[in-house]
Each structure stands twice: as C-alpha cells, then as structure tokens.
Design a protein around this ligand. Structure first.
Ligand code: G4P
Length: 534
C-alpha cells in the first residue's frame, strides 16, 4: 500500500505539462520535434525531408477534418526524458488559430515562448502571452534561429520587456550570431558551451564545455569574440535582473535561452534547465479551495471539445486535464455540472504521434474522453465529491464578426437550436442586439476557420443553410458596470452594443481609438478583454 502511494506521488512529481506558444514560423514545430528527439520519442529529426513528409501528413489530416467540418485539434504529445514525463500541449496557429488555442493554455502548467531572433516579439505571441500572464504560470523564452542573422541580443531582451511587460533573465548568452554562432555561455554553470554541428540538426548536438578563462576558448573563438563575450557577461551581471525563482514561478520574470532549434544548438541545455526550474502540477483553485494534485481523489476539468472525430457518429471527444488523483480506465465519476455519474470507458491518450487507449493517467496528463453530447467546456469531473467545481474557462475576445441568417425561414427553429448548441460547445460565440433580439444574431470567432466550421456543421448536422454577412468589427470588450443603460452609455458612431449569451453587455469596436474614447467617456465602467463568465 505504502509503495502504491509513493509511486502515485512519484508519478505526479515527474509530470511537466506545458504549451509552446509562438507566432507562426518562429520555429514551434521544429523545437517540439527536437524535444521529441532528445526525449528519444523519435530517432531522426530535422532532416528537411522527414519534416516535409510530416507536414504533408498533418495538412492532409486537416483537409479531411475541414471537409467534415471539424475544428482542427490541438494535440498533446507525451514522452519521457531523464525520468520526467513530459506533456506538450500544441497550440495551433496560422489559419487554424481559434478560441481552442487559448483554451489549451488553461490546461498548461507553464509555457515556452519561442521567438524568432530576427523578428522579436510578434503579434500572435503577444496574444498568447497575455493569457499565460493572466494565469500567472511560469513563462520561459527560447530565442530561436541564432544560426541566422538576427537582432542584437540586448535589443531582444528590451523588446520582451517593453512589448510584453515582463522582466527577463538570460540563462545563457549567445556567442556569435549568424553563420558565426558558436555556442552559448551558460550563466548558471558559468561555463562556455560550444557546439559541434555534425549533421545539420538531425541528431543530438554535442558541446565542448569549459571555463570562460580557459585559453583554449580564446583560440577557438578568436580574440574579438572572446573579449565581447566577457564584456557582455559583465554587463548582464551588473545591469540585468537577478535570477529569482519565486518571480519565475509566478510568471513575473522570464528565463531566456538562446539557441537554434534547426541545428539543435542550445536545445538540450534549454530542456534540462527548463525541466529543472518548472514545477510539476500545482494545487488548483476551485469553489471549495485549492485541490492538491497529490490527493487520492480523482478530479479534472474539460477544456476543449472536439466534434466528429469519428465520421460515422456524431460523437465528440472532450479533452480533460487531470488535476488530482489517479485515473483508471472504466472508472465512474461525478459530472458535477449535470449532477450525474458517468463511466469513462474508452479514454484516449496521445503518446508522441500516436493515439492509444489509456489504462491509467495522472495529474498533469490530458486524456480524451468520449462525449455523447453531455459535456460543456469548463465542466468538472471528480470522484467522491459532488460539489467540486474548478474555475470556469474564460471567454476569449473574438476578432472576426458576422451577422448570420438562415436561407430558409421555415428552418428557423433548427437554426436557433444549432447555433445555440454550437455556442454551448464553444465552437462560436453568439451575441444579440438588445433592441432586435434573436431576429438578428451576431457570431464572433477568434479564428476565421471557426466560421467555416459553423457553416459546415449547421448544414450537415442541422440541415440549415446560412447566409453570413461579415461585419467590420475587430475588437470586443465586456462592460463591467453596476447598472448598464444603453441609452445613457456613451459610444462612438462606429461602435455597436450587443449582449452575450448570458445577457451581459458587450461592445464591438472597429478600432482602438474608439475603445479609448469609450473608456474616457464612461469612467464608471471597466472594459474587459476576457470574460470570466460562463
Ligand atoms: P512554426 O511551427 O512556429 O510555424 O515554425 P516551424 O518550426 O515550422 O519553422 C518555420 C521555418 O523556420 C521552417 O522553415 C524551419 O525549418 C525554420 N526554422 C525553425 N527553426 C530554425 C532555426 O533554428 N534556424 C533556422 N535557420 N531556421 C529555423 P521552412 O523553410 O518554412 O520549412 P522547411 O522547408 O524547413 O520545412
């Protein structure tokens, strides 16, 4: 018995569950692949050919999903490395960017932010960063593509601090850039790590390691580079932030690593240091206080629902993040929001590239459970508790809006039913004009792909053809105010007042100038970018 408890706790403590966030093309896929390579989950990585083949497979799958009208999943990869059990949550970007991308971050215990050294902080990284910041999880930065010409490292740190508003602590410092990128100085170990590139990143990069004062490095680097490195390190030690673990774990200071995912330079030191610093699953807040992951009672919450993974059924897969206790296949748990018991019969887990049926799983793990249409995003499942509810998943700001009508007015009932169900599932957000009501529905989405999903699913699942009229709004704000009166609330000409599914007042804006105007004119109100309702 004692052994069993110990091994359960060991399992929890070796879990590291994180998301990799970046702007498209910064190198998220390449870095993920390299982490799998170091974890031994794949044997060969980085060869352009195998990457192309993989990309091809992924895009084919997306096409199939699209034809079936499914939102593209964020997948979860699980693998072992040095005794750790790593769960990487993928956050889709490009045209697959959707509200699910944000929701996935609710299931992560930390985030790795990949930045292209020639670009600095880009738009999508900013959006994803803000969600991580809101959660207060540790955020690690990997500045990528050091094998190419990029911005000055000091400028990149400045960019992170100015644009994202987070202090930074470089864990290592690049030695040379572009073709002359030779390695890094490891500030924790106070040693130089020079990389040998044998085969262009296909296998693990080996390093020549030693003390900065060792004359061998002056010869290897050349006088100028060696002197510059010593000066840079002095400057960082004197003028930079100190390493502060508490601040890192609270998401107030980001440890920064420089490297090149393509050539593997700096990937392993990053992985080791990251795993060392970041935490296993932590207690999670709920309506009955913090729940300890090491408690025996199983609990978790649903952060994403994916429809129609099996084309012959209307079935859905609900993605559940385990927060406490051990999961065992076939167990019966309480579905708190519906006050019902459910049996978790065929749960799936995602091991490296494959999907397998899972027998057991632990806090930090993500499992996919069969959903016959009973779960909602944010629902809690737990054992031995009927009242426990984890904090809900927020509603994130859509950036695309459209008026939606049914082509055939006789299908109005099915149309309303379909729209309502898809909104409940989290596929779209729906708003009404207070003066018009359900006669004119406005749909908001984070990524334009969600519109296609809406159109397809209404047609194929509810038999309704729709007309969508895109609207010029790009920003949304939820109004927090004691009493909202649309007649006295002062807005600009190009702003629209609507209400969300809970009847909460919401403003749609076309530009940031109008947002500022409305803020200035209504000092008593707060305008929120993320709604914690639902
Ligand atoms: P993403 O998932 O963030 O969108 O980025 P991804 O890894 O797909 O990388 C985008 C492009 O950047 C790819 O090139 C990739 O090879 C390249 N890349 C990633 N990491 C590095 C790096 O450390 N150094 C350099 N020089 N390039 C890097 P591509 O030409 O678009 O694709 P491919 O032909 O290489 O597959």
């Amino acid at each position: 018995m004692a052994d069993e408890i110990l091994s359960f706790i060991d399992e929890v403590r070796r879990r590291r569950t994180f998301a990799i966030i970046s702007h498209p093309d910064a190198g998220k896929t390449t870095l993920t692949e390299k982490l799998l390579l170091y974890g031994g989950a794949i044997r060969l990585a980085g060869s352009v050919k195998s990457r192309r083949a993989q990309n091809h497979a992924v895009s084919d799958w997306m096409e199939i999903e699209k034809q079936r009208g499914i939102s593209v999943t964020s997948s979860v990869l699980q693998f072992d490395y040095n005794g750790y059990c790593i769960n990487i949550l993928d956050t889709p970007g490009h045209q697959d960017f959707s509200e699910d991308t944000y929701r996935t971050l609710m299931a992560a215990d930390s985030a790795v932010m990949v930045i292209d050294c020639s670009k600095g902080v880009e738009d999508q990284t900013k959006k994803l960063f803000h969600v991580c910041k809101m959660r207060g999880i540790p955020i690690f930065t990997f500045i990528n593509k050091l094998d190419r010409a990029g911005k000055d490292p000091f400028e990149l740190l400045e960019d992170i601090e100015q644009v994202l508003g987070i202090r930074s602590y470089p864990m290592n410092w690049p030695i040379g850039t572009d073709r002359n990128f030779k390695g890094v100085f490891n500030r924790q170990k106070k040693q130089i790590e020079l990389f040998n590139d044998g085969n262009h990143g296909q296998s693990i990069a080996k390093a020549v390691i030693g003390d900065i004062s060792d004359v061998k490095f002056r010869d290897l680097l050349g006088e100028d580079l060696h002197r510059k490195l010593i000066d840079d390190i002095d400057l960082l030690d004197m003028a930079g932030d100190d390493f502060n673990l508490d601040q890192i774990l609270n998401g107030e200071l980001t440890p920064v690593f420089f490297g090149s995912a393509l050539t593997n330079f700096g990937v392993e030191p990053f992985l080791e240091s990251f795993l060392n610093i970041t935490t296993p699953p932590q207690p999670r807040s709920s309506n009955i206080g913090n729940v300890n992951p090491e408690s025996d009672n199983f609990s978790g919450f649903i952060f994403k629902i994916q429809a129609n993974m099996n084309p012959t059924h209307r079935d859905r897969i609900a993605f559940l993040r385990i927060c406490s206790g051990k999961f065992e296949k076939g167990m019966t748990v309480n579905h708190v929001q519906e006050n019902k018991k459910v049996r978790l019969a065929q749960p799936q887990q995602f091991l490296a590239q494959d999907r397998v049926v899972v027998e057991t799983a632990y806090p930090g793990d993500i499992i996919g459970i069969h959903d016959p249409g009973i779960f909602k995003i944010g629902d809690t499942l737990c054992q031995d508790q009927t009242k426990l509810q984890y904090e809900g998943i927020p509603v994130f700001a859509p950036e695309h809006f459209a008026k939606v009508f049914t082509k055939n007015s006789l299908k109005r009932k099915q149309f309303i039913k379909g729209i309502t169900q898809l909104a409940e599932e989290g596929t779209i957000q729906v708003y009404k004009r207070p003066d018009i009501g359900v006669e004119e529905l406005i749909v908001g989405v984070v990524g334009a792909l969600q519109f296609e999903v809406l159109e397809y699913r209404l047609k194929h699942e509810y038999g309704v053809d729709i007309i969508m009229e895109r609207l010029p709004y790009r920003y949304i704000r939820w109004v927090e105010i004691d009493h909202f009166d649309p007649k006295t609330f002062s807005i600009t000409m190009d702003t629209m007042i609507v209400e969300d599914e809970d009847g909460h007042p919401v403003l749609l804006f076309q530009n940031e100038w109008s947002i500022q105007q409305v803020k200035d004119r209504n000092k008593q109100a707060q305008l929120k970018e993320i709604s914690l309702r639902k």
